[in-house]
Structures are given as structure tokens and as C-alpha cells.
Design a protein around this ligand. Structure first.
Ligand code: ZN
Ligand code: ZN
Length: 301
């Protein structure tokens, strides 16, 4: 199969975007999610030669179940398209990426609010040399320099300032690379481009809104879903299905729970994401696959 005709492609991207606009946690994402961001984000990633994917949101002793499964699925899809992919996280959430088999994995701890981070981040981007830098559900600093969870609590002592990489990636210089960020709450890297809307729309929004910007921002009801949506859009551009099978996606969440992940909403060590039964995520994957199949059927007829 080849990439669909432009009008079929536009219609399919709108259908995928409508699935990502679902807001099962009633977070009010409609009031801050950018429209039409999915296609340009996927097209940018479709050109990527070397991608660094950053994920891992602290919760409990390790991290939450939203983020790493989406980052892993996106990494597999980009690798299948021929890009070099590497994963980046901090020591606390690294066991989740290890459990998924996300490799190569770079573990970086930048202490929040340390002025030396700018130079460290430049050196790291110099070393890693990505053409594209991606974040999936990764804490982004708020206006006061702290990192916040959705409840407004300061989590700065439990995370690493990997958002510095995104600030550096936006600078002119040899570090400049294209950034794509996925989030669902307003407190993640990339939300800087909609921070004023997050401040209005979300409880504690003025405190938690991240000020770290990105070139492309994909907002979904669940961040894993945003990453799956990007994989679906990449599948359309590639003319082949790059989505994880539902059973594989379930297995990814089960594996990270076994490695210490907990649900970001309930805090429980269960195979759930953002307080939702895993079936909700699998249904989303099935719905994305139906969009691909309908698009390719329409092309063939
Ligand atoms: Zn989130
Ligand atoms: Zn989430």
C-alpha cells in the first residue's frame, strides 16, 4: 500500500484527531488542545533520521503507567520506518523502559533548577545528535521553575530536568532539532505553547502549566493515546500498519506495572492507565486501526 490521496489522508487524520480529542478523565482538554497538530507532527517525524524519545512521569516509588508504553510504541514505529531511535529517561523511571526493552536507553539526571543544566543539555544533545526530540508525558517546568503533578503538588525532588533538552533544542545553534511533545494535562513538556489556555482550563492550571514550548504539540485524553495516534498517522504516511496489536499494548502496561509503575490517577499498581481500565486503551487502538483500514479500503475501491 502507498500513502493515501491528499483528501483521504486529511479525512483520516481528522478521524484520528477526533479519537484523541476524547477526554475520558474530563480534564477539559478541548479548551487547550491545538487543532490540526497531528498531521504536521507526524509529517515531521516521518522525515526523522535519528529520534530521541523522552518519557517517564514520577508517581509512587517509580513512575506512572501513562507515557512509557506510548513512547515505546512510537519508537518501534519510527524504527520500522528506518529512523535510529533512542530512549531517554531519568534513574527513577528507567526500570520501566528497561522492562519494555526500550533500547538503547540513556539515563540522565539533571537536578531541577540547576543553572548548569543548560550547558549539560547542550553537551548531551551534541552527543546524541538527534534530528528530532520527542516527549511523551514528561514533566515540564512551570512558570516558577518547579515541576508539578495534576494535583498541584511540587514533584521537583522526584524528577529530572530533562525538559532542559527541549529548551536547548529550540535555541539557534548546533543543538537545534525539531521537537514533538505529547501530553494530556497541561503540566508536561511542550505545553508552553498553550500555557495561558491551560492556566484557564485546568484545576491548578496557573500553578502547574508548563512553560516549556515545542514545535509540535499533540494533546490527547491520555498521553499514551496521543502517541498511538502519532503511530496511526505515521502508518498512513508509510502506507502500512505500524500500530501495536492490542494484546501487545496490554502486555506493555502489565510489564511496567510488574517493574513498579502505578496508575497516575489512582496510584494503584494495576494494569490501568489514568484511572481507566486497560480495555479503554485497547479499544482506542482498535478504533485507530479501523481508521487505517477504512482509508486503505477507500483507496482500493
Ligand atoms: Zn499527564
Ligand atoms: Zn496521563
Amino acid at each position: 500500500m502507498t500513502a493515501p490521496e491528499p483528501d483521504h489522508l486529511a479525512r483520516a487524520l481528522r478521524a484520528i484527531d477526533a479519537l484523541l480529542a476524547e477526554d475520558p478523565g474530563a480534564r477539559g482538554i478541548a479548551r487547550f488542545r491545538p487543532h490540526g497538530a497531528l498531521g504536521p507532527a507526524a509529517r515531521a517525524l516521518g522525515e526523522a533520521r535519528r529520534v530521541a524519545i523522552v518519557t517517564g512521569f514520577p508517581r509512587g516509588d517509580v513512575g506512572e503507567t501513562d507515557g512509557p508504553p506510548g513512547a515505546f510504541a512510537l519508537g518501534l514505529a519510527l524504527a520500522a520506518r528506518g529512523a535510529e531511535v533512542l530512549h531517554v529517561t531519568d534513574a527513577r523511571t528507567a526500570p520501566l523502559l528497561v522492562a519494555l526493552g526500550a533500547a538503547p536507553l540513556v539515563t540522565v539526571d539533571l537536578p531541577p533548577r540547576d543553572p548548569a543544566n543548560r550547558e549539560r543539555a547542550r553537551r548531551l544533545l551534541d552527543d546524541l545528535a538527534p534530528t528530532h526530540l520527542v516527549a511523551v508525558e514528561r514533566p515540564g517546568r512551570a512558570a516558577d521553575g518547579t515541576y508539578r503533578n495534576m494535583r498541584g503538588q511540587d514533584i521537583s525532588t522526584r524528577t529530572s530536568a530533562l525538559d532542559e533538552l527541549f529548551l536547548v533544542a529550540g535555541e539557534e545553534g548546533p543543538w537545534r532539532c525539531t521537537t514533538v511533545c505529547v501530553g494530556d494535562g497541561g503540566n508536561e513538556v511542550g505545553m508552553g505553547v498553550v500555557a495561558a489556555r491551560v492556566a484557564e482550563a485546568v484545576p491548578h492550571g496557573d500553578v502547574i502549566a508548563s512553560v516549556v514550548p515545542t514545535d509540535h504539540l499533540v494533546v490527547a485524553g491520555v498521553s499514551n493515546w496521543g502517541a498511538y495516534g502519532l503511530v496511526a498517522a505515521l502508518s498512513l504516511l508509510a502506507g502500512r500498519d505500524l500500530l501495536p496489536a492490542p494484546e501487545a499494548a496490554r502486555e506493555h502496561v502489565a510489564r511496567i506495572v510488574a517493574a513498579g509503575a502505578v496508575d497516575g490517577v489512582t496510584g494503584l499498581a494495576e494494569v490501568t492507565v489514568d484511572g481507566l481500565p486497560i480495555e479503554r486503551s485497547l479499544d482506542l487502538l482498535r478504533a485507530l486501526r479501523r481508521v487505517l483500514e477504512a482509508t486503505w479500503r477507500a483507496e482500493g475501491s
